[in-house]
Design a protein around this ligand. Structure first.
Ligand code: CMC
Length: 435
């Protein structure tokens, strides 16, 4: 990993002292003040709730310029990758740093195919979950359970032997799709379908999701391509909530499976990966109740309504993933001959919102979740599984970030400070004397 360059210093004037701190500049000229010595030198810490101004690491995986709507994986623009690459190729790029050669890619695809089966005993775990279990809870539990069946994967020693790490990566990317499909089958009371190594990654996954014993599901190529695109666009997004979780858990030395299970939980929330579900629910509500869009916008302004799939902590102009997915949604629905009223509502809502002062002032635009749900619906993915799909997509980014941190010569556990605002010291009162 290339490190940021120290260019100049920043002087911080405190009440009683002045301190000079190094300014580091990244490869895209992003400057940052290195405050790691601030407390040692002054006794002060920095406070940044929500971490909007805090860099937690130096990373060479993904670059985002939120003002300009730029997203690049390892330097490659997302638009080029969306047009010309595939999910597994991008997964390799993110995790190993360079695009794979033809031989590397073919071998990687084969390894992923060959590792999709779960240990047979793991099927009993699915029987133990109630049919109503949330698939994100099942996904997280089962990723962790994988480590019980593959103890060799718990070893974090010598991961630098590339072959061993490659196998772990293939197992994770493959097994996560099987777990997702098995949990879906359980939730609808259908028999689980085994992955088929004769099929490619996506066809095998869709087969596990939608084939029944008397009818094998054979998706149109456009469905496979749309799924590939959806997952690729979700593959990484620098230091978001779930990726930071993967790094944080990994920083304690926890293994890859434990760290990935934790990242799935972090993604679950509606302000993060769960937004794609919340967005479709919102569009469904607008459709069912025939709510006028002007009323929705008024409610948003009165803080009675959060427009799901809008706004982003980093993008303050447009989210390039949303632009690509909007076009892809149009193309897929057209090809499949689907007329989804939710897509029309989404487009109209965007039209109204992007001309409104409230949204313009706050730089609120559709994010990746605004159109992705329309694509997943068209593919036949049930709403409950949307965030699981996001997890499958984000897995390469989590792994890449976990490994980047693992490879650091000087490992440091994540341990933020706080500014304590509770009671100052007081004496214990025995229970008989409390009022
Ligand atoms: N609808 C209405 N108002 C909003 C929205 C929204 N979706 N998002 C932000 N605002 C307003 C917010 O009320 C605030 O207004 P004011 O300054 O008057 O109080 C202003 O915009 C700034 O909002 P913020 O909460 O400080 O922004 P943030 O950077 O902390 O939050 C966000 C980012 C994504 C959590 C937020 O925009 C949001 O809750 N969006 C809806 C949920 C969503 O779509 N999440 C998916 C994010 S993309 C997928 C991912 O990366 O996980």
């Amino acid at each position: 990993m290339s490190t940021a360059v120290e260019k100049r210093t920043a002087r911080i004037e405190l009440q009683d002292q002045t301190v000079e701190l190094p300014v580091l500049v990244g490869s895209e000229n992003e400057p940052g003040i290195d405050v790691s010595e601030l407390r040692n030198k002054t006794g002060y810490i920095t406070l940044d709730e929500g971490f909007g101004n805090t860099g937690s690491c130096m990373s060479s995986i993904t670059f985002i310029d939120g003002e300009k709507g730029i997203l690049r994986y390892r330097g490659y623009p997302i638009e080029q990758l969306a047009e010309r690459s595939s999910f597994l190729e991008v997964a390799w790029l993110l995790i190993f740093g360079e695009l794979p050669t033809k031989t590397q890619l073919a071998r990687f695809e084969e390894l992923v195919k060959q590792n999709a089966l779960l240990h047979q005993d793991m099927r009993h775990h699915f029987e133990g979950f109630p049919a109503s279990a949330h698939p994100m809870a099942v996904l997280s539990s089962m990723i962790n359970a994988c480590s019980c069946y593959h103890p060799e994967l718990l070893e974090t020693e010598n991961l630098d032997e590339n072959e061993r790490f490659l196998l772990i990566v293939a197992k994770l990317l493959a097994k996560v799709t099987t777990i997702a499909a098995f949990s879906y089958k359980k939730s609808i009371g259908e028999p689980q379908r085994y992955p088929d190594p004769k099929m490619d990654y996506f066809r095998s996954f869709l087969h596990c999701m939608f084939s029944v014993p008397y009818d094998r599901y054979d998706p149109e190529q456009e469905v496979v391509d749309a799924l590939d695109l959806f997952l690729m666009l979700h593959a990484d997004h620098e230091q978001n909530c779930s990726t930071s979780t993967a790094r944080m858990v990994g920083s304690s030395g926890a293994n890859l499976f434990a760290s990935m299970a934790a990242a799935v939980c972090a993604l679950w929330g509606p302000l993060h990966g769960g937004a794609n579900v919340a967005c479709i629910r919102m569009l469904q509500k607008i459709y069912k109740e025939k709510l006028p869009l002007a009323t929705i916008v008024e409610q948003v302004k009165n803080r009675e309504f959060l427009l799901m799939g809008f706004g982003h902590r980093v993008y303050k102009n447009f989210d390039p993933r949303a632009l690509i997915l909007k076009r892809a949604a149009d193309k897929l629905l057209d090809k499949l001959g689907i007329k989804d009223p939710l897509l029309d509502i989404a487009k109209q809502l965007e039209e109204v919102a992007i001309k409104d002062e409230f949204f313009l002032e706050r730089k609120l635009y559709p994010n990746v979740d605004f159109y992705s749900g329309i694509i997943l619906r068209a593919i036949g993915i049930p709403l409950d599984m949307f965030t699981v799909m996001f997890s499958i997509g984000r897995m390469p980014g989590w792994i890449a970030n976990w490994k980047e941190q693992y490879d650091q010569p000087r490992k440091k556990i994540y341990r933020p400070r706080q500014i304590y605002t509770g009671q100052t010291q007081r004496d214990f009162v025995p229970v008989e004397q409390r009022g």
